[in-house]
Design a binder for this molecule. Structure first.
Ligand code: ITT
Length: 199
């Protein structure tokens, strides 16, 4: 099995990607390679932040790796929390606090249109590639379900009447922003042989 590093400290994301890449790749998280630090996300776009994460790890370890930066984009909030999704309610905010803030801001709001957007940055033999995934939906008026993570209990994907947190994880992993971006990553990896694969 081929090996690849996913530059994330988020164990939920790591589990999702492992389930999406099942059979093709052995995916190592940052903890697995002994990197315990937080990588500051100082960019102003998902693309910039994804780049910062994968470049940090590539520069330190010289291994092929990818990262994912994800944001929840809410139309009536001018695109917020967007790139600030992890710290919408402040630095170190919990998922609970971030969800509470979204629900508070949308109180009485009829336009509840939103989208999840993921950008994957892949550093492969020192060249960077990007893969994007997006899913539209709406924000529920309260939390529903206890699966998934982050904003999943309040996000209802288009074409469904339940939140990501209410659906079986196999369904989320087929239709989500991350699944769409990851499928593009897999298609790329299946077509390209890395210099580091040739022994
Ligand atoms: P890494 O940077 O270490 O990968 P992170 O949790 O900081 O982990 P992001 O900056 O990409 O990851 O994610 C921003 C936030 O968006 C994250 O903390 C969650 O609250 C939320 N999020 C990301 N993916 C999500 C998903 O699939 N479902 C629900 N919320 C998600």
């Amino acid at each position: 099995m081929k090996k690849i590093v996913f530059a994330t400290n988020n164990k939920h994301k790591l589990n999702e990607i492992r389930n999406i890449l099942i059979g093709d790749y052995e995916v190592f998280g940052l903890q697995d390679i002994g990197f315990g630090n937080d990588i500051p996300e100082t960019g102003s776009t998902l693309k910039e932040n994804a780049s910062i994460k994968s470049k940090t790890i590539f520069d330190l370890y010289n291994i092929n790796c990818f990262s994912d930066d994800t944001g929840l984009i809410i139309e009536s909030l001018g695109g917020d929390p967007g790139v600030y999704s992890a710290r919408y309610a402040g630095c170190g905010a919990t998922y609970e606090e971030n969800v509470d803030k979204v629900l508070f801001k949308l109180k009485g709001q009829n336009n509840r249109k939103a989208a999840f957007s993921t950008v994957i940055s892949l550093l492969f033999d020192n060249i960077e590639y990007f893969f994007e995934g997006k899913i539209s939906g709406t924000i529920a008026n309260k939390r529903y379900g206890d699966g998934g993570f982050g904003y999943d209990p309040i996000f209802i994907p288009e074409g469904y009447d339940i939140t990501f947190a209410e659906m079986p994880i196999e369904i989320k992993n087929k239709i989500s922003h991350r699944a769409i971006a990851t499928q593009k990553l897999v298609a790329f990896l299946n077509k390209h042989v890395s210099n580091s694969d040739i022994k």
